[in-house]
Write a protein that binds this ligand. Structure first.
Ligand code: SAH
Ligand code: SF4
Ligand code: F3S
Length: 473
């Protein structure tokens, strides 16, 4: 499973389609996204850049003049899935030689030129910081070249580009606040594919949130690989760079976004245990529209493993952060990411992860077996020595425990009366809507006279481990 925080697996490979009314524009773009929320947000930036160049999006790959895949490299199976997809498009290219196929995102960064040479599957390779160059790259292909731009930037944040929104309901939107990552967790490919961390100008973030609210949106999720390290006009030691200009940390940014409108829900992803501050938790507690839900990836419950992972915290530190969340936000829900079978993980280490899960009782978790990634610290330094069958047995134990915890979390909410933001028609029944409560649990209920974008008061009558079921009262 690949990660899209706050989103389900069913969105992997989803096509982005817009309602742009551009009769004069002939060229059709099909864009498919994989990986994390940042990639989905980037696809909206790409669609915006290409809309200015005369491209209209289409839901059918068969209709397209240009096909773009926004890709993920986080685990080997994520890449394999995308390679398979490229062979589908190769067939289409055989019957339509004019068709341009491009690869964007993290695989483009990681594999670079090799993607062009490899079976001639693609015409364009564009890394996450080169999307402004896409119109030129497409033009180059038109004149018979194959085009690559995988340069990573220290500055690019696409701050001035208003993304065209892929959320068809027009209720929830992603807003990028940082790009890249400087953490160098030893298992992780992201610092290599996305480059150095940089923060986006806060005024453009706040303005984008205001515009979204005006356009009817009722929820924004601020996105970054480590939102807690957001900083504007400050270096990593907290020293001011330009005394003439404003400075801002993540807690202050959240406060500004929360003040856009009390009816705009604010979420964020991902928090990092080593950086999540009490100051930030206090801001969360102060604003009702900041949803009391924190995604705080732990990865492992063993200090030996955490050290080899280069995560920058211990089990005890992590539990201290959980205690701080409970102190400031007694009702908050907490989710996590766990990797099992990392290099050198003993049975004892695995038990430590299970015991941490018992202790914290996460409301939700994304769980993976370790997948070695080229160039990472772990690949260079440690042996990927846990046999696949041991990895998957440990994963099963982790998943079973988590399923029980998730059910407990949902059962606790049965009988409660909660405010739910209506998002869309439920997948199972056309007579029901689905939305989320402030704690990020999915709630389904009969529509009555509500519509997407409304806040409704729902009584929770029953649940599964994945969904709360209720009725509007
Ligand atoms: N920035 C976020 C995570 C981004 S990647 C953070 O620091 O928490 C999302 C998740 O993918 C990670 O939390 C981790 O659990 C998982 N992941 C990353 N690299 C992986 C690898 N090599 N093998 C298995 N899972 C991995
Ligand atoms: Fe990867 Fe670690 Fe950065 Fe998250 S914080 S993106 S896991 S290097
Ligand atoms: Fe994947 Fe890149 Fe996101 S590797 S998880 S798409 S940052």
């Amino acid at each position: 499973m690949d990660t899209i925080k706050d989103h389900d697996e069913s969105r992997q490979g989803e096509a982005l389609v817009l309602d742009t009314n551009s009769e004069l524009k002939g060229k059709k773009l099909y864009i498919e996204s994989y990986g994390c929320a940042m990639n989905f947000a980037d696809s909206e930036v790409v669609a915006s850049i290409l809309a200015k160049d005369g491209f209209q999006t289409t839901a059918n790959a068969e209709d397209a003049d240009v096909i773009l895949l926004n890709t993920c490299s986080i685990r080997e199976n994520a890449e394999n899935r995308i390679k398979k997809r490229l062979f589908d498009f190769k067939k289409q290219k055989q019957s339509n030689p004019e068709l341009v196929v491009g690869i964007l995102g993290c695989m483009a960064s990681r594999m670079k030129q090799a993607l062009l040479e490899d079976e001639k599957l693609v015409d364009i390779v564009a890394g996450p910081d080169s999307y402004r160059d896409l119109p030129h790259l497409i033009e180059d292909v038109g004149s018979g070249q194959r085009a690559v731009n995988v340069l990573l930037s220290r500055e690019e944040t696409y701050a001035d580009i208003t993304p065209v929104r892929l959320d068809k309901g027009g209720v929830c939107a992603f807003v990028s606040i940082t790009r890249g990552c400087d953490n160098m967790c030893s298992f992780c490919v992201v610092p290599f594919t996305r480059g150095r961390e940089r923060s986006r100008d806060p005024q453009t973030i706040i303005q984008e949130c205001r515009d979204l609210f005006e356009a009817g949106y009722r929820e924004v999720t601020l996105l970054g690989q480590n939102v807690d390290s957001y900083r504007w006009n400050m270096n990593s030691k907290g020293e001011i760079k330009d005394v003439e200009q404003t400075t801002m940390n993540f807690a202050e940014l959240m406060e500004n976004v929360a003040q856009v409108n009390p009816l705009l829900r604010v979420r964020f992803s991902t928090s990092h245990p080593k950086d999540m501050s009490d100051e930030f938790l206090q801001v969360m507690a102060k604003y009702e529209n900041i949803c009391p839900y924190i995604h705080l990836p732990v990865q492992s419950g063993s200090n030996d493993v955490l050290l080899r992972m280069n995560r920058g915290y211990t089990r005890e530190w992590y539990l201290g952060r959980i205690a701080a969340i409970h102190k400031y936000l007694p009702t908050a829900t907490i989710s996590t990411d766990i990797i099992t079978g990392f290099c050198g993980e003993t049975e004892e280490d695995h038990q430590a992860t299970l015991s941490l899960m018992e202790e914290v009782r996460f409301d939700f978790a994304y769980m993976y077996t370790y997948s070695e990634r080229p160039k990472t610290l772990a690949e260079r330094k440690y042996e990927d020595d846990i046999p696949e069958e041991v990895k998957s047995r440990r994963l099963t134990e982790i998943i079973n425990l988590q399923r029980a915890n998730a059910l407990l979390s949902n059962e606790k909410q049965v009988g409660q009366i909660q405010e739910v933001l209506v998002e869309s028609v439920s997948k199972k029944s056309a007579d029901e809507f689905a939305g989320r409560n402030p704690f990020n649990a999915r709630v389904v209920f009969p529509k009555k006279d509500s519509k997407p974008g409304d806040y409704v008061t729902v009584k929770i009558n029953s649940c599964t481990s994945a969904t709360l079921i209720g009725e509007i009262i």
